[in-house]
Ligand binder design. Structure first.
Ligand SMILES: *[C@@H]1O[C@H](CO)[C@@H](O)[C@H](O)[C@H]1NC(C)=O
Ligand SMILES: *[C@@H]1O[C@H](CO)[C@@H](O)[C@H](O)[C@H]1NC(C)=O
Ligand SMILES: *[C@@H]1O[C@H](CO)[C@@H](O)[C@H](O)[C@H]1NC(C)=O
Length: 276
């Protein structure tokens, strides 16, 4: 019976696991304490919109003095007793270096790690933790650290099965680091960032194992003949919405759209200024 419950609870979200299940009955509560229920720790589900409400409800139900994000992270990570394979930090609640150190020490089995918002300074120290991520296969960063080349080198040394990376932005030194240290990367997502054509070509020509390259809504290159040719060996090359410059075309499109909006509201003054 308990194994059966654990199988079901593994699929529940953190808030269901913490706030609903334990209240049902003793056997449900006991099953919910099985570390297997805590292998996927997705804190993005509790992101900023609902965090306040969630924190209040948890503090009422558990003996936690003050429910900071850090306290909650530690609580959930401890329940996983080293078995967590996937951890997603919230996008908008800022995580500290201390949180990331804790996670790196307590979750040696992580395969998927998604980092959210961090301070600039903390971000630059991420590379010091990669030595702990020996089973990591996929890393996502909301913004890439200025020390990305060091991070790529550490990942190369310690994460034997690493194959997927998502980050925002690719400078020339980052592209060179990917080619030098992560040549076997299979999945790369750089959507919504600035990438020059030269940087993109260098990376595409250097990484022969890429199966899926996603560069949607980027600025800095267009999928011209040269780019398409370099992408010929890539199974899925998704470049929808990417263009050379964040140019006046789109500005005037925006302007036309806002003119329409203001016209609809009969604000002709604004409309006239747009048209000039
Ligand atoms: C890498 O993947 C292989 C095959 O899935 C697995 O047997 C091995 O344990 C993994 N190694 C690490 C360090 O995760
Ligand atoms: C790539 O990242 C974008 C932006 O975050 C996301 O919407 C998209 O689903 C991702 N695609 C893949 C294939 O990972
Ligand atoms: C392009 O311009 C828009 C509007 O000014 C902005 O929101 C967006 O972030 C820019 N994109 C890049 C990749 O710089």
């Amino acid at each position: 019976m308990e194994d059966f419950l654990v199988c079901i609870f593994m699929k529940l979200s953190l808030d269901e696991l913490i706030l609903s299940v334990p209240l049902v009955c003793k056997s449900w509560r006991e099953a919910s304490l099985d570390p297997l229920c805590w292998r996927v720790l997705d804190f993005q589900e509790l992101d900023i919109m609902s965090w306040h409400r969630f924190a209040k409800r948890v503090a009422a139900q558990y003996p936690l003095s003050r429910l900071s994000f850090s306290a909650f992270l530690k609580f959930a990570v401890r329940r996983s007793r080293g078995l967590a394979v996937e951890l997603r930090f919230p996008m908008f609640l800022r995580a500290s270096m201390e949180d990331l150190v804790f996670v790196s020490n307590e979750c040696p089995r992580l395969k998927i790690l998604v980092l959210g918002s961090m301070s600039l300074e903390d971000r630059d120290h991420i590379s010091e933790l990669a030595g702990k991520w020996t089973e990591l296969e996929h890393l996502e960063m909301a913004a890439n650290p200025s020390t990305f080349p060091e991070l790529a080198s550490e990942i190369n040394l310690h994460c034997r099965n690493f194959s997927g990376l998502k980050m925002a932005g690719l400078r020339m030194k980052d592209a060179m680091a990917i080619v030098n240290h992560l040549p076997n990367l299979k999945y790369l997502n750089l959507s919504n960032s600035y990438i020059s054509k030269g940087t993109l070509l260098l990376m595409m020509n250097g990484c022969k194992e890429i199966e899926v390259l996603t560069v949607k809504h980027c600025i800095g290159f267009e999928a011209d003949g040269e780019v398409r040719e370099a992408a010929a060996h890539i199974g899925v090359f998704n470049h929808e919405g990417s263009k050379l410059t964040n140019d006046s075309d789109s500005d005037s499109d925006d302007c036309v759209a806002s003119c329409r909006f203001f016209h609809d509201r009969e604000d002709y003054r604004m409309g006239r200024r747009c048209l000039l």
